[in-house]
Write a protein that binds this ligand. Structure first.
Ligand code: PSV
Ligand code: MN
Length: 401
């Protein structure tokens, strides 16, 4: 009996409909970030990687290759101004010719000198005006590229007690975002990210999901919260945040990555596979309430081969999702209603410990893809080709050095 057949047999004992699981896996959509294909590093050094993308066109070509190899990454997020071009129609067409679309447009209000003391929360109205105009420009870029989301993260915050008024900063934040919200077409969402530290260290204005949620609530239904898995204090129960936001209809999307210490932006699922599984468990459990959630990767590699790192993240996400799909939900509900503390845990552990690779391989072959996307990358010669053609880029190709 093949590994796949014995897994199917094992899962049928859990009353898992394997065809339904495969359909869900085929429908999965993971957005990759343009900035993950360029050189990036730590605050100490950006090491140039041979073949790393240096232009938005190269980033889109790499994202399209990741989509061809996995079949589940049909869009790429852009970061403005890193990926700014003069002809958005041409860029959109280029992506579409390669079989992908433009995903979330990420604002950047953290690198220009004027943002030293903040952007939309800055005490000076002129700085806030510049920041708001940048958001409006991003809404316009999203319209032009056919994207349905703008994605917002702020470095705003203070380093010392008394540096500025929390309450006034909050008012400025809400007033600024209200203007941006009013410019959103009905089909576009605003995804608000939070992070409890860095680069500000005494407080950040969007410190946690409560801040992002309350602002999104004030703004309206098109504003939702984006959970970046690296943006929490150690030990935070992210799956609980996910469940709460799903229940409230306010979970807009994810920035998946892995962390060991801070906002490490490592390959998804490498340090925390159980946590990633538990997040997907909540998403699967929520059913239709999770249907519009945007699954995006936000990682930047200091020493990793770019394409291989991105593929590894996608594969790890697929694996966590597949494990969540094979949870025996009926048994879990029964154990929960009986207050069977460890029985319920064992239902989850049983799914987490299931080797789902045969299902993923089966799904890939049914999609006419190679069963091993990373092996297929190496066999294709794509990474060697871009290394030869592009060489080592001078700058970060996104993250300026
Ligand atoms: C900030 O740490 C962040 O998570 C935001 O999403 C940024 O846009 C992204 O990383 C890239 O710097
Ligand atoms: Mn992020």
């Amino acid at each position: 009996m093949s590994d796949y057949q014995s897994l199917v047999e094992r899962l049928s004992r859990r009353s898992i409909d394997i065809e339904a699981v495969k359909t869900k896996l085929k429908e999965q959509h993971v957005e990759t970030p343009s900035w993950g294909y360029g050189n990036s590093g730590t605050r100490f050094k950006t090491f140039g990687y041979p073949g790393a993308a240096n232009t938005v066109y190269e980033k889109i070509a790499d994202a399209a290759m990741v989509n061809r190899l996995t079949g589940v990454c049909p869009s790429v997020a852009l970061h403005i101004p890193w990926d700014k071009v003069s002809d958005w129609q041409a860029l959109k067409q280029y992506a579409s010719d390669l079989g992908i679309s433009i995903g979330a447009i990420n604002t950047n209000t953290f690198q220009a000198d004027i943002y030293k003391f903040g952007s939309i929360c800055h005490p000076d109205a002129a700085v806030r005006r510049t920041a708001i105009d940048h958001h409006l420009e991003c809404v316009d870029i999203a319209k032009q590229t056919g994207s349905n989301a703008i994605s917002l993260w702020y470095a705003d915050g203070t380093n010392y007690a008394g540096q500025d008024s929390f309450r006034e900063r909050r008012k400025r934040m809400i007033d600024s975002l209200s203007e941006v919200y009013a410019a959103l077409p009905d089909t576009m969402r605003m995804l608000i990210e939070y992070k409890f530290f860095e680069p500000a260290f005494y407080h950040t204005d969007f410190s946690d999901w409560g801040v992002a949620y309350s602002v999104a609530n004030r703004l309206g239904p098109k504003a939702q919260v984006l959970v970046d898995t690296g943006h929490h204090a150690q030990g935070t129960n992210i799956e609980h945040i996910v469940a709460t936001l799903l229940y409230e209809g306010k979970l807009g999307g994810f920035h998946f990555n892995a962390r060991k210490y801070g906002d490490d932006d490592l390959i998804v699922g490498t340090t925390n596979p159980f946590e990633l599984f538990l997040i997907f468990n909540e998403l699967v459990d929520a059913g239709d309430a999770a249907k519009d959630v945007a699954y995006m990767i936000d990682q930047s590699h200091a020493i990793e081969p770019k394409m291989e790192a991105m593929l590894q993240s996608v594969v790890n996400i697929q694996s966590a999702y597949a494990k969540a799909l094979v949870v025996d939900r009926k048994a879990l509900k029964t154990r929960q209603s009986e207050c069977d503390v460890l029985g319920a845990y064992r239902v989850l552990a049983d799914a987490f410990e299931t080797d789902v690779r045969p299902i993923l391989e089966q799904v890939r072959s049914e999609l006419d893809l190679a069963v091993d996307p990373i092996g297929a990358l190496h066999e294709s010669g794509y990474d060697r080709k871009i290394a030869t053609e592009r060489g080592i880029a001078e700058g970060g190709g996104g993250y300026p050095t």
